[in-house]
Design a protein around this ligand. Structure first.
Ligand code: C2E
Ligand code: MG
Ligand code: MG
Length: 585
């Protein structure tokens, strides 16, 4: 019985590779429709032949009366054309249908001649016999060409040693699955220390071992023993890949891979000698890990090499686990570039409140949408964007998008709240940063005193002079400055004293520890006092619990930003929050 989960593809590996690929590529519905259309045309024309051959009427052609009967030959040649088309395009079924039709015409033609004395039909007799000879020759010739082509295609798609589909067949299958957007996984299996068998026992033994492994795996794929639909291919030498489909979860993929691994690890006997083999295996999933067949295969290969290095359990490694830090950074960089080019960057807004719970503003926070639709957090991509010089493009996109939104919000609600945007040190140091700010103020019409720029404390260590000059210009425009993540860097008090900021943002790390012991609490209290001495307002980030709120209120904190009163939200939710807070004010 056909396994419903495998959708009729269970016996993929016993069918020739060509047939499997044909099945994936075939556009059966369209060709079937044309097949029946041709038969219909044939029948209509055949009826017309009979009608014209018996008709006594005439039609006018170029001003001359022409008997309908004399057109019989011309109409009947259309039936011959239909039979030729059927044989040429539909091979065996076309041939069988055409031959049946042509043979069935004989009795009617003979009856016309002998009973109806319709001697014009004698020509039809010959045409019919010749049409039969033509389609038989056409069919025979076509069949020979087809068989030869299939043989060539089979050879091109089959690994000669193991008889498994080869690298070409594997890429074709992956391309077809990609085109159909069907979920699948690719596992690459590389035999460990296989060279040793070749070197010590000779190539013939090595080949026999590979053949045995291939036939075990083919059997498993053919009989659907794994519960998934598998296409086992040989990439050449001691490397195999398995395309896995029809699974419900990633765990199913792992189970299938484990099954093939266990088959491989069973004893292999060649010429009375026993061999025990194992493999390093890497796998990758479509569409999670890669969106094209080539990429998927190279991801699975990278994972296989990682598994050789010892990454992953049981020598099976999933692509995402195989990445080194450097590779992961490269992957994130690729995602950032793609998000920047495809509008994958957007912003959310986290509300800020004064200590009496009155809404005072929002911080715009960047988010990035991955190709699979999931959202990536800035703590993952901002550090890499900073290293690769992409952060200014991110800052600019978030600044522009959020300022456009906020300008609209002010016009709509007349809110006096503030929009805070994060600007990286790198971005701030750019020569055209001030022009960018002026342009945004001009286009969005946000009053400058409702805009705040957050700069991390590290600016005071990096290039303080240039930064101070730039910040001075921003202040002149009337924009507010906040020092973000205060307390995490190593800025000295003397720098802080000369820093023209308006707001100090105390980092979440201090708020987390604040209520665990008295000295941590006093530390936060000291930061707040220093901020006040320097004439800065103080906002504490990452406030999650009521007891933290109580403490902050008792030690004089001015503003609160934390999950306790508001998580980062969509612009629509932020608008609703502003409207609610203005009504209740
Ligand atoms: P940040 O500027 O210090 O922003 C505050 C971060 O703390 C945000 O994380 C926010 O969601 C989180 N947070 C606030 N309250 C709580 C809380 O009560 N509990 C917890 N667990 N978290 C809270 P997010 O959005 O992941 O941003 C992380 C950092 O990424 C930001 O820290 C900022 O340094 C950077 N960033 C975000 N957007 C941008 C941007 O557009 N440009 C630049 N250069 N950096 C950005
Ligand atoms: Mg910030
Ligand atoms: Mg912060």
């Amino acid at each position: 019985m056909e396994n419903p989960k495998t959708g009729g593809f269970a016996k993929q590996n016993t069918m020739t590779t060509t047939k499997t690929l044909d099945r994936l590529f075939s556009n059966v519905t369209i060709s079937r429709v044309w097949f029946f259309v041709l038969i219909l045309i044939y029948l209509v024309v055949a009826i017309s032949v009979v009608a014209t051959s018996r008709s006594e009427d005439s039609i006018m052609l170029a001003g001359q009366p022409v008997p309908l009967r004399s057109l019989t030959g011309a109409v009947s040649s259309l039936t011959t054309l239909c039979t030729i088309l059927l044989v040429a395009y539909y091979k065996k079924p076309g041939f069988v249908v055409s031959l049946t039709f042509l043979i069935c015409q004989f009795p009617s033609i003979l009856m016309g001649i002998f009973l109806g004395h319709n001697f014009i039909s004698i020509a039809g007799l010959f045409t019919n016999a010749l049409a039969i000879v033509t389609i038989v020759l056409l069919y025979r010739n076509g069949r020979e060409i087809e068989l030869f082509q299939n043989k060539l295609r089979d050879q091109a798609a089959t690994d000669t040693l193991t008889g498994l589909p080869n690298r070409f067949a594997c890429s074709e299958m992956l391309a077809a699955l990609e085109k159909r957007n069907e979920r699948h996984a690719v596992a690459v299996l590389n035999l460990n220390n296989f060279k040793r068998i070749n070197n010590t026992m000779g190539l013939a033994t090595g080949n026999a071992v590979l053949s045995q492994i291939a036939s075990r795996w083919r059997e498993a794929a053919d009989h659907g023993l794994t519960g998934t639909v598998d296409f086992v291919t040989c990439q050449g030498g001691d490397e195999f890949s398995i395309i896995i489909r029809g699974y419900r979860s990633d765990e199913d993929v792992l189970k299938t891979i484990r099954f093939y691994k266990s088959l491989l690890e069973e004893k292999i006997t060649v010429d009375g000698c026993d061999y025990y083999l194992n493999a390093s295996i890497g796998y990758a999933l479509f569409p999670e890990d890669a969106l094209t067949g080539d990429e998927l295969l190279s991801c699975a290969n990278a994972a296989m090499y990682a598994s050789k290095r010892g990454v992953g359990d049981e020598r099976i490694c999933h692509y995402s686990a195989s990445l080194t830090d450097a590779e992961r950074a490269l992957e994130t960089e690729r995602k950032i570039r793609s998000a920047l080019d495809n509008n994958g960057l957007f912003f959310v807004l986290q509300p800020q409140f004064n200590i009496n719970h009155r809404l005072s503003g929002f911080e715009a926070l960047a988010r990035m949408r991955d190709a699979d639709g999931s959202v990536i957090s800035p703590s993952e991509f901002i550090p890499i964007a900073e290293k690769t010089g992409l952060v200014d493009r991110i800052d600019h996109a978030v600044f522009k998008q959020s300022a456009e939104y906020f300008g609209e919000l002010i016009r709509k609600t007349h809110t006096d709240s503030t929009l805070s945007v994060n600007v990286s040190v790198r971005h701030l140091m750019k020569n055209d940063f001030l022009d960018e700010v002026r342009e945004i103020l001009k286009t969005t019409q946000i009053p400058p005193n409702q805009l705040e720029i957050e700069i991390t404390e590290s600016i005071m260590i990096d290039s303080v002079d240039k930064a101070l000059q730039c910040i001075g210009e921003i202040k002149k425009m009337g924009i507010k400055i906040a020092i973000d993540d205060f307390g995490t860097g190593y800025s000295s008090l003397s720098y802080l004293n000369s820093f023209p900021a308006d707001m100090l943002k105390v980092d979440k790390a201090f708020i987390d520890k604040m209520n665990t012991n008295e000295s941590s609490k006093q530390y936060v209290a000291a930061i707040i006092s220093i901020g006040h001495v320097m004439n800065f307002a103080v906002i504490c980030e990452g406030v999650e619990k009521p007891d933290q709120l109580d403490t902050l209120s008792s030690i004089g904190c001015d503003f609160i930003q934390g999950f306790i009163w508001g998580r980062p939200m969509s612009p629509e939710d932020a608008t609703a929050l502003v409207e609610r807070s203005m009504k209740s004010a």
